[in-house]
Design a protein around this ligand. Structure first.
Ligand code: NAD
Length: 484
């Protein structure tokens, strides 16, 4: 079995662990220590092509199985993930940085996702549609979309592949998964669960390597019928353009810039606690992380004081150590980008209330102090570009319609958060906000049975829930005329 610390970790194509052509490898770095954890095989288009061909070859037998037989593999995968949660969580923390408790929660969420789609695959119902012409009959059937190419980022390196692999397999598709190059090791351990659960050769293939090259192969190889991508809006747009040539089916889960709106009817300290929990989870490197905090003027002072106090109290450190609440950022580049966003905010008048700099408590690792800012200029970059950073910019408002307008004034529309105990306000906000996911007093809204995805430039389609299964199914309409 592969482990996080063994020397060479390989890809998995057509039922074989395999090296890259030419023996190319890449190091996986621990962001808390900057040490090399492992070398992984690092490929590109040729490996992606072989994997697509293997998935194509495996598809007829896999789609002919009943959903009940496919469910057995998915359910067993979920059980194995739960059995191995401690091992996989340690690997996840070592390569990604998040605290072990967060890593465990991620793996258990991913296991629940496998179990949920094992069941939902049994409900890929067609319809009988009433006829309007005597003697005719109309039905719809569900058909797997075909071989899927899937690309995922590093911030949830087990959950995000699970959101693609589980529904694709449940629907009868086969898949080639390309994880982020920063975090391939826990994906390898997820794959081991799938294989031990009985996924046949070719049904799930793992290709590690250059994103643009593998993406090109997914787009240009006609055997690959669908591309499911989670990552930045910029890359998502590029893939969308490339998908046009073959009218490739697409699911896109892209960036966000979520408003968090605090109304004055409820306790601002409780609101600050919820806000800090949502903001600093995974260091703010979460697509649905709240990233613009609109606080009603009546509670601004109390909320601000509490948010600063809670943020300062967070324990920063190596995620494998007990009690650590915030780990390192993923890499130097991400930390530098955060420094740049704060410099820009400062230049445009912002005040740093806490944090605002690299942590000087660690000799190595990409640590950044949890940061709270106020007095922001509306055109500062942190308010207009997706920050993906442990920074909480505080703004204020005094009127519900104004705050809805401000919250919606962005090209993103992934998630939004509202803190209130007033039912009418909550309802008006849920109706008025342009976001695919709305958390009311809930900073962590994702659940396998609920649809996840964005409006506007945050994406196309939904993952999880029944919609997440439909994303891997075509609807075939069958019409026939009965004999008189
Ligand atoms: P990224 O777009 O740079 O990379 C994501 C993945 O795409 C990686 O596997 C990468 O290797 C690959 N890639 C890069 N360039 C590519 C190309 N030209 N063609 C094909 N693949 C390519 O994103 P990132 O910085 O790694 O991840 C953070 C982004 O992901 C943020 O914008 C975040 O909001 C988004 N995200 C969205 C969701 C969601 O569900 N909506 C979830 C998590 C992360």
């Amino acid at each position: 079995m592969a482990t996080a610390t063994s020397a060479l970790q390989r890809m998995y194509i057509d039922g074989q662990w395999t090296e890259a052509e030419g023996g190319r490898t890449k190091a996986v770095i621990n962001p808390a220590t900057e040490e090399t954890l492992a070398e992984v095989a690092y490929g590109g288009r040729p490996e992606a092509r072989r994997a697509i061909e293997a998935a194509h070859k495996a598809m007829p037998a896999w789609m002919k199985l009943t959903p009940y037989d496919r469910a057995k593999v998915l359910k067993k995968t979920a059980d194995l993930m739960r059995d191995r949660v401690d091992t996989i969580a340690k690997t996840l923390t070592l390569e990604q940085g998040k605290p072990v408790a967060e890593a465990k929660a991620e793996i258990l969420h991913a296991a629940d996702t496998f179990e949920w789609f094992a069941e939902e695959g049994k409900r890929a119902y067609g319809q009988i549609i009433p006829h309007s012409v005597p003697g005719k009959r109309h039905v719809t059937l569900k058909h797997p979309v075909g071989v899927v190419g899937a690309i995922t980022p590093w911030n949830f390196p087990v959950t995000l592949p699970a959101r693609k692999i589980a529904p694709a397999l449940a629907a009868g598709c086969t898949i080639v998964i390309k994880p982020a190059e920063q975090t391939p090791l826990c994906m390898i351990q997820l794959l081991e669960c799938l294989l031990e659960a009985g996924a046949p050769p070719g049904v799930v293939n793992l290709v590690i390597g250059e994103g643009p090259a593998i993406g090109e192969e997914f787009l240009q190889n006609p055997l690959c019928r669908k591309l499911s991508f989670t990552g930045s809006t910029a890359v998502g747009k590029q893939l969308m353009r490339g998908a046009a040539d073959q009218v490739k089916r697409l699911s896109l889960e892209l960036g966000g810039h979520a408003p968090f709106i605090v109304f004055p009817d409820a306790d601002p300290e409780v609101g600050a606690k919820i806000a800090v929990t949502g903001k600093f989870r995974n260091n703010g490197q979460v697509c649905i992380a709240p990233s613009r905090f609109y606080v009603h003027k009546d509670v601004e002072k109390k909320f601000t004081e509490a948010a600063v106090e809670f943020s300062r109290a967070l324990k920063l450190g190596n995620g494998v150590e007990p009690g650590v609440e915030v780990g390192p950022m993923i890499e130097e580049r991400a930390r530098d980008k955060t420094v740049g966003l704060i410099d820009d905010a400062r230049k445009t008048g912002a005040t740093v209330l806490t944090g605002g700099k690299k942590s000087d408590r660690f000799a190595k690792g990409f640590f950044f102090e949890p940061t709270v800012l106020n007095n922001l200029s509306p055109d500062s970059k942190i308010l207009t570009e997706e920050p993906f950073a442990p920074v909480m910019p505080l703004l204020n408002f005094s009127n519900l319609d104004d705050v809805i307008r401000a919250a919606n004034n962005t090209r993103y529309g992934l998630s939004a958060y509202v803190f209130t105990n007033d039912l009418s306000i909550a309802w008006k906000m849920a109706e008025g906000l342009e976001a695919g996911i709305i958390g009311i007093n809930d900073p962590v809204p994702a659940a396998p049975q609920c649809p996840f995805g964005g409006m506007k430039e945050s994406g196309l389609g939904r993952e999880l829930a029944h919609e997440g299964l439909e994303a891997y199914l075509e609807t075939k309409y069958v019409s026939w005329k009965l004999k008189d």
